[in-house]
Design a binder for this molecule. Sequence first.
Ligand SMILES: [Zn+2]
Ligand SMILES: [Zn+2]
Length: 357
Amino acid sequence: MERSSMAALYLRKPGDVQIIQRPIPRPGPEQILVRVECAGVCGSDVHLLHTHQCKATILGHEFAGVVVQVGENVERFQPGQRVCAMPTMGCGHCNHCASGDPKYCPHVQAIGLSMPDNGGFAEYVLVGQHETFLVPDGVDMELAAMVEPLAVGLKQAQLAGCTPGQKMLILGAGPIGLATAVWARALGVGQVLVSDPVASRRALAQSLGATAVVDPGKETLEVHCERHWGGRPDVVIECIGKPGSIDMGTAILKPYGRLVVAGVHMEAEQVSRLLPFTKELQLIYSRMYEKPHYQHTLEMLAQRRIDPRPMVTHRLGLHELPDALHTMSRPNTFGKVMVDPRQVQTTRQGTAASNHH
Ligand SMILES: [Zn+2]
Ligand SMILES: [Zn+2]
């Protein structure tokens, strides 16, 4: 490659995010350089914008693109292949990596988080060969970039122990709550109730497989479940991550019920220990996914068994992303936002950003 720099969304310090030129990373051993064609915005990108936990970095960890260059000892991939990758780069050889769970590798690096010049909101991103997957024919780059949040939802649905007779309540219809609803229906759960205060998100949940939706501001979840089901949920998936939402889940569950905590709770809070005790509840925390969740998601997309596309509410060029991230920091009605990093011009080009696939 002749070019040495690329446009990237760079988080310099809390609140300061811009499109600037950064060096194009070079693939080391077992690494692959990918030209990004589509990248998704995650709630955690918005969180990172305002925390001091993150060093200056290129954001973005949900992406898909085309291989342009491979490093030493990369045998399974070659330039021109369409790929997506887990945003965790492990050593590839320890017990965690060998079992397909690189997030616990002692040498793990997080793309779009802890690697200073490597993230998905850029023209190029570096990925590890052990965490990279070929995108099957028939799965376009936008769907491939959605594998990351879908894999999160798949793991949550799996931990919920989906069964046909189950009554599932999902708290929060952000992309992760919606992804969980998609899988719950695909895995045969009969009753999927989604709670969210935003009307447009409730509508999204309905188009993605929720059997019913509820506005938690209008009536209590207890009243709603009683009227809707004549009883309490068997399982609650907490996808809010705000103080009070864990207690909300344990309060509504039936005895022996199960709470899957998926929200990222950044603030310390006191939660009730008595509620889960009196009902002998199971509390399960769920973070990210393992390799089989990625592989299965790609297969189900290729076979058109799941369709997450209705989740997407905005398609943007890279240059529109700084403003969008600030807008998403305030209460908003955004669903999934997908970014085309090849679109970096600062002049408006009509609707070009919305019809790239
Ligand atoms: Zn994410
Ligand atoms: Zn490892």
